[in-house]
Design a binder for this molecule. Structure first.
Ligand code: HEC
Ligand code: HEC
Ligand code: HEC
Ligand code: HEC
Length: 338
């Protein structure tokens, strides 16, 4: 190649690079250190993305407090199974709040036959009753994850009847012969971080109690725990879900010189560990079993009910709603009766 054509080729490559990089996020980027110097433990954020996220995470004002005295809801009404311990005023305050959090446009009629509020004829009311119990359970039993910040319906629903960022079990392409791929590669989904990793890490690791290990404990492979390529890929696929759900890099929870070592990991990894158990718990106890309650069009491609992942609450932020507690104004309503 002559000098001239090499230069021309260089210009063409340069132009191609500019086109390729145009797809990347634009500056300004900011980097914050979250580990010892030299360990490369930095969180890199785009300031513009942060502004968009801040605007999307403003919490609605709490309903004014209600009179705690007077008749209990269990006496005042006919069919109150979960919130019977509240006063009538507190009960209607919660009804107003959940309408604002879950069905602001549809109103009370989203869950009720307005002619008879006691009736359980609508599936949405039956689902909402389980959701109340689930929210109470999270706030009472999972403080190892949610702390005193707690959660309300709004943490997941954000003013929508069906929350964003829920998930269903997925099936891979139905290929046969050498093209068959039971692991579901080459099918980028939100759940696997749009990578060519197993497409459904969530069923095996956030519904079932699968092992989240890639490093075996033995020097030589014994074919045991944490040693198959299949399991390793599924773990990485899940880790993509964790990172993208919280809007963080791997080093938010790991020191990348040893992903396994707990001693070298930041404390957030422990919170995440409890989060994984919490998500499994609520998917197994509350959400998956709601399957028969939903109409068929609300089920996933394999006929299962919608479930919770890290993104359902976090929505791209390390603490949902940037750590603002809405629960503090609804402690009595959103924890089980004492
Ligand atoms: C997202 C679903 C949902 C919305 C929206 C909703 N409710 Fe309810 N409502 C429920 C559930 C669930 C119960 C039963 C609670 C229990 O078992 O503890 C209930 C029960 C009631 C009851 C008790 C009826 C009885 O006699 O048993 C009243 C009254 C009530 N709601 C009023 C309202 C009003 C007023 C609104 C609108 C401001 C409203 N609800 C909006 C889900 C909803
Ligand atoms: C931890 C997250 C989370 C919280 C907290 C939560 N929900 Fe849900 N909710 C879900 C998921 C997941 C679904 C199923 C979504 C799907 O099918 O994709 C759902 C579905 C529903 C539906 C059915 C909507 C439809 O049209 O099919 C109702 C009603 C509902 N939730 C009410 C509530 C109420 C009321 C609260 C608070 C007491 C609440 N939820 C708290 C995650 C949550
Ligand atoms: C929000 C915290 C969090 C983020 C972000 C995160 N991880 Fe993890 N990771 C964990 C936790 C918690 C475990 C252990 C899970 C368990 O034991 O149930 C784990 C386990 C692992 C393991 C298995 C280690 C072993 O013991 O064999 C690997 C490998 C790993 N993560 C890699 C990554 C990679 C790569 C990324 C970035 C794409 C990442 N992680 C992002 C929290 C996180
Ligand atoms: C039911 C809602 C909910 C779900 C689902 C959820 N989280 Fe959280 N998470 C929270 C809340 C609330 C906090 C804030 C707790 C606090 O303020 O102390 C939190 C905090 C965290 C933190 C600490 C962040 C920090 O800056 O210190 C990590 C890490 C985390 N969650 C990881 C996860 C992972 C990983 C998953 C999925 C396996 C998950 N969470 C699922 C509600 C949730």
């Amino acid at each position: 190649m002559s000098f001239f054509s090499a230069r021309k080729a260089g210009a063409v490559i340069g132009a191609l690079m500019a086109v390729a990089l145009a797809g990347c996020e634009q500056p300004p980027h900011e980097s914050a250190q979250n580990g010892y110097r030299g360990t490369g433990m930095n969180q890199i954020v785009n300031k513009e993305t942060v502004e968009v996220k801040r605007a999307a995470n403003v919490v609605p004002e709490a309903q004014p407090p209600a009179d705690a005295d007077g008749q209990r809801a269990s006496q005042a009404y006919q069919n109150v199974q979960v919130l019977g311990h509240l006063s009538e005023g507190e009960f209607l305050r919660v009804m107003t709040a959940i309408t604002e959090w879950v069905a602001p446009e549809q109103g009370c009629a989203y869950c009720h036959n307005i002619e008879n509020l006691a009736e359980d004829s609508m599936y949405t009311k039956k689902v909402a009753r389980r959701m109340l119990q689930m929210t109470q359970t999270i706030n009472a039993n999972w403080t190892a994850h949610v702390g005193q910040t707690g959660v309300t319906c709004y943490t997941c629903h954000r003013g929508q009847a069906v929350p964003q960022n829920t998930w269903f079990s997925q099936k891979g392409h139905e290929a046969r012969g050498s093209a068959a791929d039971p692991m579901g590669h080459n099918q980028p989904t939100k759940a696997n971080g749009y990578a060519s990793l197993p497409l459904d890490p969530l069923t095996s690791l956030l519904l079932k109690d699968g092992q989240i290990r890639v490093a075996g404990n033995a020097a030589v492979s014994t074919g045991g725990q944490g040693e198959s390529i299949q399991q390793t890929e599924t773990v990485y696929s899940l880790m993509n879900h964790l990172s993208s759900s919280l809007g963080v890099n791997c080093t938010f929870c790991h020191n990348s010189r040893s992903f396994q070592s707990w001693e070298q990991s930041p404390p957030q990894r422990v919170t995440a560990w409890h989060g994984i158990r919490m998500v499994r718990g609520i998917n197994q106890t509350f959400l998956d079993p709601l399957q028969p309650v939903y109409p068929p069009e609300r089920l996933g491609p394999l006929g299962d009910a919608g479930k919770v992942g890290c993104a359902t609450c976090h929505q791209g932020v390390n603490k949902p709603l940037y750590g603002v507690s809405m629960f503090k104004d609804y402690v009595k309503e959103l924890t089980p009766p004492k």
